[in-house]
Design a protein. Structure first.
Length: 275
């Protein structure tokens, strides 16, 4: 009887819920603030005055364009081969040259591999200026300087690559363990030897990863730079867009999509081996 009474009293004990974690209210509040800011930015007068009714008024026009995009003009494929190859060539050249330039600059921009504050700040300042200019604007200016073709596109991508790779790799270097570098300085090694023998092996996975990343970006960007005369698929895109040949534009988009997917799969396989 005593055992049953004890079991019954134990079963009657109410369950105690764990206390709510501290700060649980922050996520909903932040989400509401973001939604409120977004709504305010869309209001007329104080925002960008988004006219959602334009979608209802012009949906038939948009539906017609979408239908044209769903029917690619396969007979247009031979004309896209040369521009597509030129786009890939631009991306490869810009990535290779940009990676070669970015590797030493990454060590100059990192605090742990460049104790000289003046040169480090100078390099970072120049790179900040480079990153602040869109690659399409670089291409437009370079087309005016060197003429229409692949060269201004390669130079624009090169500037874009250096700005991105150096920033990301230098930040990765600063997050690495600085103990081996301090040990190298303690035994009297020069900074160049420390960077080459100690910092480079640790920075290599991040460098390879970011190089593959910008290569993927270059394929996409080089397809657009031709809109301002910088070669590649962009020139062909501009011509078919001018004549409203959305069926041909659909074929170009499909080719770029296939190339990007293939590059992404190959890059993922290479990253698994390097990183």
């Amino acid at each position: 009887m005593s055992v049953a009474t004890a079991a019954g009293s134990k079963a009657a004990t109410p369950l105690e819920l764990p206390d709510k974690p501290r700060g649980a209210w922050k996520a909903p509040v932040i989400a509401l603030v973001i939604v409120a800011i977004t709504v305010v930015m869309c209001l007329p007068g104080i925002g960008i005055d988004v006219d959602f009714s334009a979608i209802a008024r012009n949906w038939q026009n948009g539906a017609g364009k979408v239908l044209q995009l769903l029917v690619p003009d396969w007979g247009f494929f031979p004309r896209t081969i040369a521009p597509l190859i030129e786009t890939l060539q631009m991306a490869i050249i810009a990535t290779a040259v940009g990676a070669l330039i970015s590797l030493p600059l990454s060590f100059w921009a990192a605090r742990s591999t460049n104790p000289n504050a003046f040169w480090r700040i100078l390099v970072r300042g120049i790179l900040n200026v480079i990153r602040s200019v869109p690659d399409l604007l670089y291409a437009a200016v370079l087309v005016a300087m060197v003429g229409v073709g692949a060269l201004p596109g390669i130079l624009a991508l090169l500037l874009f690559n250096v700005g991105i790779i150096v920033k990301l790799v230098s930040e990765a270097i600063d997050t690495n363990d600085g103990g081996p570098l301090e040990a190298g300085r303690a035994v009297g090694a020069t900074q160049a030897k420390i960077n080459r023998t100690l910092a480079l092996p640790d920075a290599w996975p991040a460098f390879a990863n970011q190089t593959l990343y910008v290569f993927e970006l270059n394929v996409r960007a080089s397809s657009v730079l031709g809109l301002v005369g910088a070669g590649g698929m962009g020139l062909l895109i501009d011509s078919v867009r001018t004549f409203y040949r959305y069926d041909q534009l659909s074929l170009i988009i499909l080719e770029i999509l296939i190339v990007v997917v293939v590059i992404d799969i190959a890059s993922s396989a290479i990253r698994r081996r390097l990183v």
